[in-house]
Design a protein around this ligand. Structure first.
Ligand SMILES: *Cc1c(COP(=O)(O)O)cnc(C)c1O
Length: 372
């Protein structure tokens, strides 16, 4: 594609020296598991998220799974999750043996609906042991309302912040709202490793200690296994590379916001394309720039023919996936169901030029004017 959907090579080129330096320095230490780079990155990421603790883990999915386990979610429990997210959010609930209770989204923000949370709490009562909102597309979920519902129900909130590194909601960063926050460093996330990686954030000292032990074989002392744990650690090589990249994250996120602003300006006059709600008292980090559009599939083909990549996040609501179809139907989740037919992610990454944004918008204009 002339304008690709992501461009990791363009991200790497200007920071090559920093990344290679970090990589070779780590190789020289031969501390491939745990060690000073993991510790340093955990501290730096905790301070970036403005929380007390960060615990490196193998990937974002395991971050969620370990977090649910750490707050005691297990078989027969229910966890509230949005019906509109990446499969990993739901998988994590299933893997601790709990029942995912799908909640429809607020169609304006694509995030879990606080009213939907209230009804699910009424319906599932004491069975609910956690609420797991996702800050989808880099848009913080409605944390005030969500935390109020969670407090009333007496259950913890675990944030899926895999798409929201560095966003803000009423001044505060994702990862610091819930009892635990979960991040992914999958290569195309706002902060990406050269492979898989994940992080759990928390302000709770006891949970932090427990999670550190849990992801390292339940070791409560050297070769003392206090409980049955896991091997889910952040690789030292990834930590070293992520440390080198973290200082660039705010600049990258600012550029994503600028691109979103340009799209907003250009697409405002295009009634066939609807933008998500403005941020309100939040700072978005536009992991994806997702619009709703008329004749979505045709538009996507038209863009592809013009050499422009676009993507559908997601082609199905959670309950429409074969793996999760037992948990709901279209009638119960009208907003997520509708989103699946309308959403389109336009190219949005820091290295995208203003000219490319213009070209994408020109191609969208051409589609709707030439084939009305
Ligand atoms: C990427 C992602 C995950 C999973 O992260 P991995 O590191 O790929 O396991 C979880 N939730 C959401 C919303 C994601 O986008």
């Amino acid at each position: 594609m002339r304008i690709p959907g992501a461009n990791l090579k363009a991200q790497y080129d200007p920071i090559r020296d920093e990344v290679i330096e970090a990589f070779t320095r780590l190789l020289e230490t031969t501390q491939f598991v745990q060690g000073p780079d993991v510790k340093a990155f955990e501290d730096e990421f905790a301070s970036y998220c403005e929380v007390k603790h960060a615990i490196g883990v193998a990937n974002g999915t395991e971050a969620l799974m370990l977090a649910l386990r750490a707050v005691g979610v297990g078989p027969d429990d229910a966890v509230l999750v949005p019906d509109w997210t990446f499969a990993a959010t739901i998988e994590s609930v299933c893997h601790v043996g709990a029942r995912p209770v799908l909640v429809d989204i607020d169609p304006d923000t694509f995030n879990i609906s606080p009213e939907g949370i209230a009804s699910a709490l009424d319906c599932f009562g004491d069975r609910v042991k956690a609420i797991l909102p996702v800050h989808l597309y880099g848009r913080p979920a409605a944390m005030d309302e969500i935390l109020a519902h969670a407090d009333r129900a007496g259950v913890p909130v675990i944030e899926d912040a895999a798409q929201a590194h560095g966003a803000r909601y009423k001044g505060k960063r994702p990862g610091g709202f819930g009892r635990l926050g979960c991040f992914s460093f999958y290569p195309t996330k706002n902060l990406g490793a050269a492979g898989d990686g994940g992080m759990i954030t928390t302000n709770d000292d006891a949970l932090a200690t427990h999670l550190r032990q849990m992801c390292d074989h339940g070791q409560t002392g050297k070769y003392e296994h206090g409980f049955v744990g896991f091997n889910s650690r952040l690789d030292s090589i990834q930590a070293a590379i992520l440390r080198a990249k973290l200082p660039f994250l705010d600049g990258w996120n600012a550029r994503r916001r600028e691109i979103a602003r340009l799209y907003g300006e250009r697409l405002a006059s295009r009634p066939e394309v609807r933008l998500a709600a403005p941020p309100g008292d939040a700072e978005l980090v536009h992991h994806l720039f997702v619009v709703r559009c008329e004749r979505r599939n045709e538009l996507q083909r038209h863009l592809a023919a013009a050499g422009i990549a676009s993507a559908i996040h997601y082609p199905r609501a959670v309950h429409q996936q074969p793996a999760f179809s037992a948990y709901g139907d279209d009638a119960t989740y009208p907003h997520a169901t509708r989103a699946a037919t309308e959403v389109l992610a336009l190219p949005c990454y820091p290295e995208l030029t203003d000219a490319s944004v213009g070209e994408v918008c020109d191609a969208i204009d051409a589609f709707y004017t030439e084939t009305p």
